[in-house]
Design a binder for this molecule. Structure first.
Ligand code: ADP
Ligand code: ADP
Ligand code: ZN
Length: 215
């Protein structure tokens, strides 16, 4: 099964994707994570993407669709993909259709996380992750159970994203509204969109997503 998690920055896509990975052995395909890895490695893609990401704007469709195609080819046979942060434009949605079709794959669900934009700045500015395994946390909403120690891997190093500041978040939200939200009707026309309340507890959001996948 292949699904898209759709929602503005801070909606909870990464958090919920990590939970689906744990529960179902699916693969999280986050173009944001792929781009950050490219920036860190100093690849040509990373060098091109860094300033765009720091500004909160969108990296080119060609770059991200190429990254997604490569990652899909690396999946285990039968392993489902969770698209997290992709597609973000109509052109990317068309590329994803082509990429899946070339591989004989289909898209079963688009899950829209419905959130209140006012809450997102607090979510984003309090976000941090384990530097070792990538597990997500929040200063207020999801602290490690033991201080300074990752629940998942026991690591002690944590990191914050340079673009997780209020000014950049506003640009990212505007990009979402202008370029990403308009792709929903493409999927609505296919009858595969489910809307989930993203404002509840993380566990409630997970339960609502599981209900969609099980139906
Ligand atoms: P996205 O991938 O959509 O940008 P994340 O999953 O990284 O969003 O979530 C952003 C921040 O908000 C993280 O720090 C995460 O721990 C926190 N968060 C995620 N879901 C919830 C929720 N339902 N309630 C409160 N905080 C949440
Ligand atoms: P968030 O989960 O908070 O929305 P992401 O990690 O998905 O953030 O994305 C971080 C940044 O990486 C974006 O602001 C954008 O610059 C770039 N990016 C990630 N995915 C895409 C994409 N599919 N198309 C264009 N740019 C992308
Ligand atoms: Zn960890």
């Amino acid at each position: 099964m292949n699904i898209i998690l759709l929602g503005p920055p801070g909606a909870g896509k990464g958090t919920q994707a990590q939970r689906l990975v744990e529960a179902h052995g699916m693969k999280q395909l986050s173009t944001g994570d792929m781009l950050r890895a490219a920036v860190k490695a100093g690849t040509p893609v990373g060098l091109q993407a860094k300033a765009v990401m720091d500004a909160g704007e969108l990296v080119s469709d060609e770059i991200v669709s190429a990254l997604i195609g490569d990652e899909l080819d690396a999946l285990a046979p039968g392993q489902g993909a969770i698209f997290d942060g992709y597609p973000r434009t109509a052109a990317q949605a068309a590329s994803l259709d082509a990429i899946l079709e070339e591989r004989g794959q289909t898209l079963e669900h688009v899950i829209e996380l419905d959130v209140d934009e006012d809450a997102l700045v607090e979510r984003i500015t309090g976000r941090f992750t384990c530097a070792t395994c990538g597990k997500g946390y929040h200063d207020k909403f999801e602290q490690p159970k033991v201080a300074q120690t990752c629940d998942k891997c026991g690591g002690h190093d944590f990191k914050r994203r340079p673009d997780d500041n209020e000014a950049t978040v506003r640009t990212r939200m505007a990009e979402y509204r202008a370029k990403t939200a308009p792709i929903l009707p493409i999927y609505e026309a296919r009858g595969i969109v489910s809307r989930v309340d993203g404002m509840g507890d993380m566990d409630d959001v997970t339960a609502a997503i599981e209900a969609v996948l099980g139906s």
